[in-house]
Design a protein around this ligand. Structure first.
Ligand SMILES: Cc1cc2nc3c(=O)[nH]c(=O)nc-3n(C[C@H](O)[C@H](O)[C@H](O)COP(=O)(O)OP(=O)(O)OC[C@H]3O[C@@H](n4cnc5c(N)ncnc54)[C@H](O)[C@@H]3O)c2cc1C
Length: 568
């Protein structure tokens, strides 16, 4: 151990370890110390949540950190996200509406055992030349803008001080810097979670004898999905782990499912008996004896942050900054973006560059991204028992995620000042319109709720039957020159606008009896049911109609016959 480093990382969880690797890969001569308070290696399976990765985070792990070989050898390939919706015969999995990919996916993602992964990352970062101290609890951080900072930690009862040019806070919910400098910020999304790990492999394909249903997918593929069982106010996850164990979790809005109805293992079992009888029947026997590996709870997991990066040479990353919601598994995505912004600032500063403008632009972009994402989750748990709304919302949420942030990240656009300026600087810029359009659609889903309560059964819907979703997903990793990238985002935004109009035409026909052929300005979309509703623009030159392909795609996700609007 030295007494001075370029960077001291507070916390050796996923964010801290990956940051140390990203910096080392970019600048092999850099000196980094990671301080982790846990004293020993992480437990297999029963370690942390954050087990399911999606496209952006996967790109970061595989391409930016070059962990493909490890991930393919030691973790599971993932077969997308899979949803089972509410119906009247929940005991029969085959009768529930199922949404998920049928065929193998072209873009990779993984199911990771967080214990196995963090143990590997700890070894790997040390092999690369970074220092790591286990059993090292950070007790103080002195930020000295004109000098080296001083980090104090306790190890084996002794107080140790280490100097550094940069402090990277990756201490998770301990949030060392946020507590020290008091930049907590309220988060208006509220939900609670519990999770536990069960010994052994659980394959939901075996939860029925229905051969026809089993045959929709190649054997073994359903097992590799992140499975969500969903109904009003909650979802329950089943995630397979490479260590041949299984992660189970319940995530619920307290307005529908108060936390004290499922915040112990015994209560969670009772909760499943009432809300999810099939998982109850299948999972409870496996949790007996030594089958139950752990049980963890987290009340009000979403939190915001007032700061992320500082000109005084410190930054926060991972859960020590902001965390929104685990639906769609975006935790690793946010770590990827956060680490990429922070490491870019650190590397430029170490190279002698003035980073002041970048600190401001990166922080504004990051906070804007978090704020733009809040409506995806806020109050949306109330929709989880409305199958038709949720099917359309899930497709909308994937479309926006793949078309814009995932594609920008894979093209390193978030650290390209020219692209950031092109996309976000002007009031009517594409980036701002993206946030606006998403908010309009998220509000539409809420406004639609009183009018759409049909219970559907016996349907399988595959996102990759939709041309626009396939194109967006396959396009994520296509590398483009900056000017082409801005053009592509423009094209993608144009498709999202058409998609919004195509969805709205069907919803408005159902609720207001309007024609399914009307032109609509996507930025005026609403059903007119709220006080102070914006006037729907169907006549100006900004009113558009979707092309044939998008119209057809939207009809695939619409469960009613187009004309009569009666249940199929
Ligand atoms: C219910 C739920 C489900 C989730 N599911 C997913 C998912 O499926 N996919 C996904 O990508 N993300 C998921 N996430 C998010 C994911 O868990 C987080 O993004 C990720 O774990 C955050 O990693 P981190 O490194 O920031 O924090 P942590 O993993 O908590 O690491 C912080 C580290 O800092 C150490 N530390 C704390 N204080 C100190 C100190 N004073 N000194 C030294 N060390 C210290 C801790 O010991 C810890 O190891 C989920 C989150 C929740 C709440």
């Amino acid at each position: 151990m030295k007494d001075q480093y370029d960077v001291v990382v507070l916390g050796g969880g996923l964010a801290g370890l990956t940051l140390s690797l990203q910096l080392k890969n970019a600048k092999p001569g850099i000196s980094i110390l990671v301080l982790e308070r846990r004293e020993t290696a992480a437990a297999t399976a029963a370690h942390k949540v954050g087990e399911s990765t999606v496209e952006l985070g996967t790109h970061y792990l595989r391409e930016v950190l070059q962990l493909t070989e490890y991930l393919e050898a030691h973790e599971l390939p993932k077969h997308g996200l899979r949803f089972f919706f509410k119906n009247n015969t929940k005991e029969d999995i085959a009768s529930r509406v199922e949404l998920g990919p049928r065929l193998r996916l072209p873009v990779p993602s993984h199911q990771v055992d967080r214990g196995t992964l963090e143990n590997y990352l700890m070894t790997h970062t040390q092999e690369k030349g970074n220092d790591l101290e286990l059993g090292a609890k950070v007790s103080a951080v002195d930020i000295l803008p004109e000098d080296n900072h001083v980090v104090t930690y306790i190890k084996d009862g002794k107080e140790i001080k280490v100097k550094c040019r940069w402090v990277a806070d990756a201490s998770g919910r301990a949030s060392v810097m946020k507590r020290k400098l008091q930049f907590q910020k309220p988060m208006e999304h509220h939900s609670n979670a519990v999770w536990w790990r069960l010994k052994g492999v659980i394959d939901i394909d075996t939860w029925t004898d229905n051969k026809n249903w089993q045959g929709y997918l190649e054997p073994g593929l359903r097992y590799l999905s992140t499975v969500h069982f969903m109904d009003k106010g909650y979802w329950l996850w089943v995630i397979p782990l490479g260590s041949k164990n299984t992660s189970i979790g319940i995530v619920a809005d307290p307005a529908v499912h108060p936390f004290d109805t499922f915040n112990t293992y015994e209560k969670a079992v009772e909760w499943m008996k009432v809300n999810e009888p099939l998982p109850y029947k299948m999972l409870v026997p496996l949790g007996q004896g030594d089958g139950l590996l752990d049980f963890k709870i987290l009340k009000h997991y979403a939190h915001h942050t007032g700061k992320l990066y500082s000109n005084d040479r410190w930054g926060v990353t991972g859960e020590s900054g902001a965390f929104l919601d685990p639906l769609y598994s975006p935790g690793t995505d946010f770590i990827a973006m956060n680490n990429s912004w922070l490491s870019d600032l650190i590397l430029r500063d170490l190279d002698g560059e003035d980073i002041e403008t970048r600190v401001t632009v990166y922080e504004q972009s990051h906070l804007a991204l978090v704020d733009a994402w809040i409506p995806v989750y806020q109050n949306k748990y109330l929709l989880m028992g409305n199958t038709q709304i949720m099917v359309i919302k899930i497709f909308w949420d994937w479309a926006t995620y793949w078309a814009v942030p995932a594609h920008l990240f894979a093209n390193k656009a978030f650290v390209n000042m020219r692209i950031l300026k092109d996309l976000f600087a002007a009031k009517d810029s594409l980036g701002r319109k993206f946030g606006q359009l998403n908010k309009i659609m998220q509000d539409l889903f809420l406004e639609w709720r009183p009018f759409e309560n049909e219970i559907f059964s016996n349907r399988y819907i595959d996102p990759f039957d939709l041309q626009f979703l396939r194109t967006f997903q396959e396009g994520i990793e296509v590398q483009r020159e900056p000017a082409d990238l801005t053009e592509q985002i423009k094209t993608n935004m144009n498709k999202l606008e058409q998609l919004a109009v195509a969805i709205f035409r069907l919803v408005s026909a159902q609720v207001n009896g309007t024609s399914t052929d009307i032109k609509v300005n996507p930025y005026t979309i609403n059903l007119g049911k709220n006080d102070e509703a914006m006037m729907l623009d169907t006549e100006s030159e900004n009113a558009i109609e979707p092309n044939e392909s998008i119209t057809k795609d939207v009809e695939v996700m619409w469960f009613y016959p187009k004309v009569s609007m009666q249940p199929a």
